[in-house]
Ligand binder design. Structure first.
Ligand code: SF4
Length: 156
C-alpha cells in the first residue's frame, strides 16, 4: 500500500484548483494498491485556497508549536495544516502504509525543499508538515523528483 499526494495522480486539489499530474508516477502505481490523499483538504481547507508557507521555523517547529503556517493574506492556517498532517498519519497507521510518494515544495507534502516563508518563490532545504510527521513514524518517503518531477521548477 502506497500513499500518494492526490495532486500527483491528477486530482484537482492544488491551491489553485488544478493538479500536478505526473504520468511516470501514475504508470509506476498502476499495478499497486494506493491511497491518494490531500492533507490540506483533510485539514479542512477549501479548494481553491490561498497559498500558504511555513514561517519562523521548520515543519518540526510547527509540530512542536514553535512556528506557524500563514497564507499569503497573513491568516494563520497552522491548525488546518496540523490537522491534515495528523489525519494523513492516521490513515497510514490504520492501513499499515509504509511508503509514500509526495509532491515536492509543498508546505504539507514537500520532502526535500519547501518555500522559505517569504512568498517570493524562494526554496530552502526542508520538508512539509505531513512529510515530517510521516518521517517520524518511519514511513519511507519518495519525492516526485525520484520519478523525474519538479526539475522544471528549479529542483536538482
Ligand atoms: S501537494 Fe499535498 S497538500 Fe498540496 S495539493 Fe498536493 S496533495 Fe494536497
Amino acid at each position: 500500500m502506497i500513499l500518494v499526494s492526490a495532486c500527483l495522480i491528477g486530482v484537482d486539489c492544488k491551491y489553485n484548483g488544478c493538479n500536478n499530474k505526473n504520468d511516470k508516477i501514475i504508470n509506476y502505481l498502476k499495478d499497486k494498491n494506493i491511497v491518494p490523499v490531500c492533507p490540506e483538504q483533510l485539514g479542512g481547507l477549501c479548494t481553491p485556497r490561498i497559498p500558504a508557507e511555513i514561517v519562523e521555523g521548520s515543519a518540526d517547529d510547527v509540530i512542536d508549536g514553535n512556528a506557524k503556517v500563514v497564507n499569503k493574506e497573513g491568516q494563520d492556517v497552522t491548525e488546518e495544516f496540523l490537522k491534515g498532517a495528523y489525519e494523513t498519519l492516521k490513515i497510514c497507521r490504520i492501513l499499515g502504509v509504509k511508503q509514500a510518494i509526495l509532491k515536492e515544495k509543498s508546505p504539507s507534502c514537500g520532502s526535500n525543499q519547501i518555500y522559505d516563508g517569504s512568498f517570493k518563490s524562494k526554496l530552502i532545504d526542508g520538508y512539509g508538515i505531513t512529510a515530517a510527521l510521516l518521517i517520524k513514524d518511519g514511513v519511507d518517503l519518495k519525492s516526485e523528483k525520484y520519478f523525474g518531477g519538479g526539475e522544471k521548477n528549479g529542483l536538482k
